[in-house]
Design a protein around this ligand. Sequence first.
Ligand code: ATP
Length: 578
Amino acid sequence: MNPRAFAIGLGVAVAVCVAVPAVFSAHWVFLAITAVVVSIIMQSYGVIVGRAGMMSLCQMSFAAIGAWVVLKLNLHDAPGGFLLWLVLGGLAAVPVGVLIGLPALRIRGVNLAVVTFGFAVSTDIVLNANQFPGTGELKTVVRPELFSGDRAYFVLTVIVFCLVAIGLSLFNRTRLGMSWLELKHSERAAAAHGVSVARSKLAAFAISAFVAAIGGGLMAGQLGLVVAQNFSMGQSLAFFAVAILIGPHHVDGAIMGGVFGAVMATILERLSLPQDLGGMLFGVFAVLALRSGVSQTDFVQARRRERAARPLLEGRAEAPETAPLSPSSQKPSKTPSEPPGRPLLQVSGLTVRFGEVTALDEVTLTVPEGAVAGLIGPNGAGKSTFIAAVTGFLGGYRGSIVLAGQPLDGLRPDVRAGRGLRRTFQTTTIPAELTQYEYLTIGAGRRLDLGEAGELLDFFGCPPAQVPVSLLDAGTRRLLDVAAAVAARPKVALLDEPAAGQSGAESLRFAARLAEVPARYGVAVLLVEHDMELVTAACSQLTVLDFGRVIASGPTRDVMEDPAVVNAYLGIAAAPLA
Ligand SMILES: Nc1ncnc2c1ncn2[C@@H]1O[C@H](COP(=O)(O)OP(=O)(O)OP(=O)(O)O)[C@@H](O)[C@H]1O
């Protein structure tokens, strides 16, 4: 967490805790409590909707679990008191959250929304048929002595809000927390970075359920007794709309959402406007936000980050070349010809069929330690299919894939990534709201220090680490993707057309850098490219595919001069090698 933002946030919280109880009437203090409680529930939407990008319409059902546990324990005068009950209520919602999250492993988007809405509807029915504990006995929740009055209870809710915000902010910095952002944009990219998509999704459901239930428990403490309508599916829907619109994964967004959610009704009443107007407005804005895919706080933060980063880009335009290259890679037109090391990635007899189409036919290929190996071929030759099968994104292949002596067959993509196999995609899906540094951290799977991140970015010709992805052009995003793959220090990085979108000069510069990657970072490379100048400059060995079959393989120079390759791929335009 940014220390300045933390200090400001804490200062504001203290000021609010002093000012609101001192200045506001009892009615407004009560509304302020509601606003903070809703803000806490908004933070649960922030986790599941804002960060992990999953459409959950049942957060109020999780809140109901928290309230139910608090009321039940209160009814039985359970030991520990309200604060312990609150935590137990949160914990009780966790397994339910995981259970509701299980379908999310297979479905997403609107289908997931329907499943979660189904849970909200069921909860509604159960709650309407059964009273909350203590309702019959009229036994209201006993608040902690220190926070028994509404004014003091307001302070308690603010403290809980701050604790949740700090907890989530710390968690967001962990690998799992960061992985949510990538999950939101592309599950495939997350898996390629070694993120277990299942674990990441279930963790998001579990944590969001916990936070929502804490909010529900606090609501029980505020009202004394609650009824089913406090947690209705309509409420879940309305809050979801607010969350999409405002972006409660930012603290200010959660507060705005809470204030809107709690105070809107009162404001409309005071203005003599119909209550439906609030819901309609949120509905319209939420649809707009869904269409643009950007919430209000995301938009504002992105602009702020971009403004701060622009001077860095301007400075860079004056001095684009900073990373030192070793003398051996200064002349990119020369074909590297280092003797290959021991075999690192060994692919044997790889065969992939899509129905009648044989995309790969008994392909055998080896990437030696310390090498940049090239894989070329005409469109549709099977290059991307090869990368997908080797990295585990395509099951059902025949043949064997061995990395550093360990067979990988049957393993999930994220497990293969963890074993030291990273890939990039032809189409990049880097979350635009991240900074380059944050994206590198996700790719690396560990916290990089800023110096290391800066060196990597500089080496690949990317701007400084703090520059947000939203300011990068398509070609630079591809380079960032390569940097993120290398940042993980895998054994082998498989790069699928990383230089697409680069000018001729940029691509030769990239070739020089790529040729240096094995020695500099200890990462062997398999490069899929159409740019023959780049391939010639970067690769010491080459394999050529045509209609899924290997038609030539060996040192780059020999392969490029092979008549079969010239006929099938290079054609008469093949340039003579330097
Ligand atoms: N999911 C799929 N379903 C059916 N056929 C597929 C699928 N993916 C690839 N193919 C087919 O497999 C063959 C190999 O495709 P692949 O994308 O691997 O080629 P490529 O060499 O990467 O081409 P390019 O250079 O255009 O990226 C093609 O005939 C393609 O139409």
